[in-house]
Design a protein around this ligand. Structure first.
Ligand code: ZN
Length: 386
């Protein structure tokens, strides 16, 4: 059973809460199941969804090159090798959403990944799990909407148990959850705990990220505020202090800081702003020794993949943070988070930053102690900073 107990610890598995800045990366891996109420499988968005299958190995290359740990919260349907397997694991009780378009059980699909690459992904899940420091997490079984009218505790629990069961059948023990459409429902904490989930991704702090249900998501005022926030410092850094992660209900909430919005050719002049919005907050997280949590969907990078991967490289290259994974071990109240830390890449040197022009800038005192040194990438291209 793969529950990441085989990850390298290098003697640095912590028993006390970390005191470093940290970058957490999580991805909502869903293919068509996550957008099926907005996009038909053969519509224009198909290019993005199919493109995700090519973008994922390239993202994994970036993660491996820079030692980035990431959590891939995967829709349970995607584990199935066949329609028959998917139906075998489907729960007997299913949500009766007031908006019937949200129910995925009527979706017409092919039989296997070979003839329907939008609804099956066991080969991609395997490819992700083979890479170092990548965690397979949970995005519910059916892309379940926890705040939608018509769904109930019973149908959520049945859905989550199906997700855990199909993952277990493929050798994965899921510990981290991302709520679809970020509909985090604190009333379900006991169900999460009973099913073995120890941590989840909460929402950004800004008013425009408070989600009640899908209708709020479509409100123009909210959508416009979120779009602007990706370029301008509207909602702040949304950083999280380590002490704020453990909750009284026994779970760990690692809230999102920022959605990595994809490259938009119409807004390409704003690309420096988009990059600076993230790198500024990364630096702040390092200085304050807090957590910065970046997230996106693989299909966001399914078109303009070259531009998106290049952006991802720019985000990670100058990263000044220790890289942590979203996975926590235990998550008990008041206990240690026991977060596993990845090794410092050998190409990194502490306390110095070489700019794109070749100048070496000394940076201030190391932000973390010598035993777990801060690192700076040797070469960066921070042209947008100057
Ligand atoms: Zn989703």
């Amino acid at each position: 059973m793969r529950d990441h107990s085989d990850w390298p610890t290098q003697g640095d598995r912590r028993t006390a809460r970390p005191n470093d800045g940290a970058l957490v990366v999580s991805l909502d891996f869903e293919l068509h199941w996550g957008v099926r109420d907005h996009h038909p499988p053969d519509g224009p968005y198909r290019e993005n969804l199919l493109g995700a299958r090519g973008a994922i190995p390239r993202m994994l290359d970036v993660f491996e090159r820079y030692g980035v740990a990431a959590t891939w919260a995967t829709v349970g349907f995607l584990f199935a090798r066949s329609r028959r397997e998917r139906e075998r694991f489907s729960p007997a009780v299913r949500p009766d959403y007031a908006n019937p378009a949200l129910s995925p059980y009527h979706e017409i699909t092919g039989d296997t990944e070979a003839d329907d690459p939008l609804h099956y992904a066991p080969s991609l899940i395997e490819a992700i799990a083979r890479r170092p420091r990548q965690e397979i997490g949970c995005h519910t079984f059916s892309h379940y909407y926890c705040l939608e009218p018509g769904q109930t505790r019973d149908t959520f629990e049945a859905d989550l148990r199906s997700a855990m069961a199909i993952a277990r059948a493929h050798g994965f023990n899921l510990r981290s959850l991302i709520f679809p459409r970020n509909q985090a429902n604190p009333a379900y904490a006991d169900i999460l705990r009973d099913c073995g989930i120890v941590c989840y991704r909460g929402n950004e702090h800004g008013w425009m990220y408070r989600v009640a249900a899908a209708k709020d998501e479509r409100e123009r005022r909210i959508l416009n505020a979120r779009r602007a926030d990706r370029y301008l410092h509207l909602s702040g850094g949304n950083l999280t202090a380590w002490d704020d992660i453990p909750r009284d209900d026994g779970l760990c909430n690692v809230p999102a800081s920022r959605f990595l919005n994809p490259y938009n050719p119409r807004l390409r002049r704003l690309e420096p702003l988009r990059l600076r919005r993230i790198t500024h907050d990364l630096r702040t997280a390092a200085a304050r020794r807090q957590i910065y949590h970046l997230w996106w969907h693989p299909h966001n990078l399914g078109t303009y993949t070259d531009e998106n991967i290049a952006f991802l490289e720019r985000v990670h290259k100058p990263s000044m943070l220790k890289r942590y994974c979203f996975q926590t071990n235990g998550g008990t109240i008041g206990g240690s988070l026991g977060i596993r830390r990845t090794r410092t890449p050998p190409s990194c040197r502490p306390g110095r930053l070489e700019t794109a022009r070749g100048r070496v800038r000394r940076v201030g005192r190391p932000l973390v102690d010598a035993g777990s040194r801060l690192f700076w990438q040797q070469r960066t291209s921070w042209s947008t900073r100057r």
